[in-house]
Write a protein that binds this ligand. Sequence first.
Ligand code: SF4
Length: 319
Amino acid sequence: MLKPRDNLDGLLQGGREPFYKGYYLMTSRCNLDCGYCVLENAPHQLRQELDFEDKKALIAHLYEHLRFRHLTLSGGEALLIGKHPPNDFIELLRYLRGFRSEVADENLGITVYSNGTLLSDVVADEFVGIVDMVGLTIDSANNTLLSAIGRNKGRYQEYFQRAVNACGLLGKRGVSVKLHSVIGQMNYKQIAYEVLEILDAVLAAGGQITKWKFYQYMSYDEPLRDGAFSIETDQFKQGCDRISSALKGSDIQLHFKDNKEMNDSLFNILPYGNAQYLRTSDTWSSSQRTGNLQNYASMSDLFAAHEIDSVAFHRFHAI
Ligand code: SF4
């Protein structure tokens, strides 16, 4: 097994590149069916997902050669990786412990994005000391609206309460939560009236919210989906102003991410081991792909091989 810190001295001596942070979408499997989500989850795509050992090898390569020092593990639903969820996810967390360090430059920070429906006491116990923060999405406190979005599916009902409970499970173990809310046509008018209700419910459950990110629904070049969810940037900004006023006085760090920032910063490491990025002229459907990231010896190599704007990349991903 590649040891995380074997070559760190060499990296630092050559240290012309900064360290990086990035999103690793480990799987396209999910137990929910949100209308605004685009997962590459056709059977042939799922078959191309890296297996468990390759996932570990990719993470080691990102750390060792591409200088990643923070990964956000996402999906799909991250806890669904492997054949017997959430066991493989737990095993992955234990593997990640080898990349943790008291020395800042050697530590791999870990954030997990999850829908929270599979988060149990057993899984939450495994987060302690490995996961710095968990991102959970709450788009509304209203379960009827959440059903319309697709967050209540099959046996996974009452999403709002489930997400609040997940925040509580984490809070009791000292793991902080970053809330996410996707702002689209369905919720942009009422979310400002609900943020305090959401916050109160999470705090009452024992959750610790340190950040809250509000995303403008991003177009996936699909007219039906866009028709149901898209909002103009002006509408998004008006909604954000109302949210800011409603949360004024709280010490939660707010971030409003509009389509421009999403497009400029997009660099998603995909379940296949490559990465998706956008050139200035691209929309979602013309987005570009790198090769397998394990085939690049450094991020400079990656930038040289593709039309990735390295200045923009550094702006959003250097740490
Ligand atoms: S929970 Fe996340 S990954 Fe799953 S369908 Fe919804 S948005 Fe997509």
